[in-house]
Design a protein around this ligand. Structure first.
Ligand code: NAP
Length: 240
């Protein structure tokens, strides 16, 4: 098993890398800017006896996406993708969100995910599995926070449904996970590090999620445990 994880250096991607390494996957982890985090995650993952490569690739740039998958092809035949890279960048009403932030958020979370999935299905020549990382925001709408991000993630859910049907006959399953509020650096990067603790009370289970809890769902969807599941997005959001 050789699995590519975009944004595999930190947060949900890093937790997924460590989980998949324990399950015996060789990995190619991409990052956009934080090389140290990606190298640290790779080193921890390698302790499980698997091979782990680290590649810098901005998912919004098709040439860098190609370079990422070319590097993976140099390791072996890719069998899986965790299409995880994403960011929110900003919190606020849409009317107050700068146009360049709107464009960048849609570019990273939707265009990037589509470009990565596009290349992945070219390379999954003998079947495999893709898990797209969406968000509970896709159905909640995220008013007063980031409705443009929610719209992008709704696009990711449509990508999951359509691509799953397009490649089913090739033995490729395409599923998604839709996390709720998960304790990662994404909130601080959007300017609100206290957000997880502040909103925890609004989550039915009474707490925010941990990256490892999303990683478990991703690992299950990638595995042979659910061969008849495709085109599905699994909510991992504590009841939200
Ligand atoms: P995170 O801790 O901020 O990590 C984001 C990862 O994505 C980092 O590895 C980052 O790379 C990478 N990345 C960001 N922009 C990129 C780009 N343009 N090209 C390539 N890589 C890029 O965030 P996270 O919370 O783990 O988020 C992971 C996924 O879960 C995202 O798709 C996010 O939308 C989704 N999600 C998160 C939550 C939550 O509450 N945390 C909830 C729902 C959905 P660097 O390390 O190099 O910066």
């Amino acid at each position: 098993m050789l699995t590519v994880i975009t944004g595999g250096g930190r947060g949900i991607g890093a937790a997924t890398a460590l989980r998949l390494a324990r399950d015996g996957h060789d990995l190619v982890l991409s990052y956009a800017a934080d090389r140290d985090a990606a190298e640290a995650t790779a080193a921890t993952a390698r302790a499980n006896g698997v091979g782990v490569e680290v590649v810098r690739a901005d998912v919004t740039d098709p040439d860098q996406v190609d370079a990422l998958f070319d590097a993976a092809a140099g390791v072996g035949r890719v069998t899986g993708l965790v299409n995880n890279a994403g960011s929110t960048l900003h919190l606020g009403d849409l009317a107050d969100t700068p146009v360049e932030v709107v464009r960048r958020v849609i570019d990273v979370n939707l265009t990037g995910a589509v470009l990565v999935a596009r290349r992945a299905v070219r390379d999954l020549t003998d079947g495999g599995a893709i898990v797209n990382v969406s968000s509970a925001a896709a159905t909640l709408g995220a008013p007063h926070e980031y409705v443009h991000y929610a719209a992008a993630k709704a696009g990711v859910d449509a990508l999951t449904v359509g691509l799953a049907q397009e490649v089913a006959a090739r033995g490729i399953r395409v599923n998604g996970v839709a996390p709720g509020i998960v304790r990662t650096g994404i909130h601080a990067a959007a300017g609100d590090p206290g957000r997880p603790d502040r909103v925890a009370g609004a989550v039915p289970v009474g707490r925010v999620g941990e990256p490892e809890e999303v990683a478990a769902a991703i690992a299950w969807l990638l595995s042979d445990a659910c061969p008849y599941a495709t085109g599905a997005t699994l909510r991992v959001a504590g009841g939200r």
